[in-house]
Design a binder for this molecule. Sequence first.
Ligand SMILES: [Zn+2]
Length: 580
Amino acid sequence: MRVGSFNRCAPDDEAKQQERERARKHAVPLNQLWCCCSVHFFAGYVRVLNSSIRMPIISVKHLSGPPQAQKTAPDQPGFFNLAMPVFELVSQVSMRAALFVVCGFLSLVNLSEVEAQTVRVRITVTSVAPPGIRVDAELPGATNSLSFRNTYGGVLGLGERIEMLEAVNASGESVAVQKLAPGEFQTSGKFTHFRYAVNLTEPERPAQMSHVSWLNREQGLLMLADLLPLLKEDSSNLAPTLITVEAPAGWGIGSNMKHEGRQFLTDDPENAVFLIGPSVHEENQKLAATSLLIVTSGAWPFSDKDVSKIAGKLIEHYFRVTQFPLKHSPVLMLIPFPGEAGPESWSAETRGNDVVLLLGRRAHGKKILSRLGIVLSHELFHLWVPNSLNLDGDYDWFFEGFTVYQALLTDLRLGLISFKDYLETIAHVYDSYLSSSDRDRLSLLEASERRWTTASSFVYEKGMLVAFIYDLSLRSATDCRGSLDDVYRQLFRQPTTGQASANEIIIKLLSEQHGLESFAKDYVVGAGRIDLGSLLLPYGIQVQRAAAGGNATKLVVVHQPDDPQRKLLSCIGNGSSFSR
Ligand SMILES: [Zn+2]
């Protein structure tokens, strides 16, 4: 890894910061792309499903209270001595962490393979109240500047958390450090070793807690993308990074990386995530085509096996849809949403092979598991789209909008929702689309370019409706022999030489299907208006628009569907009932 020199000036406003981050996102290879879901939209989306899935809400007692505040490991004298022998590290780990080593969920790191070009990092939790860590790092090559990410997923001012940066050159002499802006540092001479403190106070809004690093007495989420300096734009040939984590005594450490004891190795630090805490534990499940590691913090009113059953079913289903095996085994980190929250409160992000999910646990176990399944049906599909695609460009309309639809369809196929829930959700999204000011102004391509500034919900809503209409049209045109699944399968069969334009490839694939030659031109490239009333009637679905001030739109199956309509409606849910 070489450090770059981004973000020279202090950002002046949120829009500009977002644009800069957007530009920077393109600087990293797309297989490192992370996805951050619009919490605003999905809160509504899931509320609809929740009201449809009639399950009693039974409050349960919290099974564990916050542990006592504890001062953590004292400052280690070993500053700049990062290459500790592994045996020494193993002897220091707690009983819980030692069990992790014995259970070994991933193939172990062979330290003899760690090259001289390795970046070495030690993260030490210095205190949980106030929350802070110290980072000691050694680069394989010298630099004279460091730049840290300042915004991510709507969280601003991340660079301000980097404090007390010191640097030392190859001769062991200190070099003077000048702070140019929050997270921007320049030194008087080149250096290879540096250390700094990071203030890990939780972000202002709990909904942001799946997107950035934070720490409290119950647990901490450490995301290297906002803890380590940024990679340089041309860092296509990344050096491996070896990370040592020193957590408080008795705390467990879960991560999405290969590890041995408290040493973790990755060639993809931008996507590396740790979940640490006094009650962090893990469960590994073997699936047909991969394995799934579930890392949980806190006590939950259900077992790890219940979670792995739902997540495993979804992963196996998506493997069947895409016919594409994941490169890295997926990891799910489940964290209690702060406060006395029920499962209607949640926040999630899928980064690399890792899904981070904060979920309210104040409800009956069945109710929480039901919500978990709905949220995971969306997040787990991101392990494939976009995280396993080597595609470039702004194609959020596809990897978010189409993913919303594919997840809804999966919920229906796996029996997590009924056909009525399926139609109700689409009707709700249609109402939201109709109320959007961007509706007839922006195409999906244009909206994707502006997702982080003005057109966030629109990308999800219109993208989902377009996927729905496309799926129905293709099923109808092929007498149910084809569906949107075919597009995904073909997408994953594309040759992967270098990064290709996502929009070009996906639009071409959508346009190749029988009877849908002009579909993408109308609804993706153009700002084609969606009128579900006229579009759905041929398929046996009627749109009942509410009178002004009345109830929301309803989608219902026509009174007497004819045989082709019956066949189409049945095949949407793989034969599940479509009763009116
Ligand atoms: Zn998403």
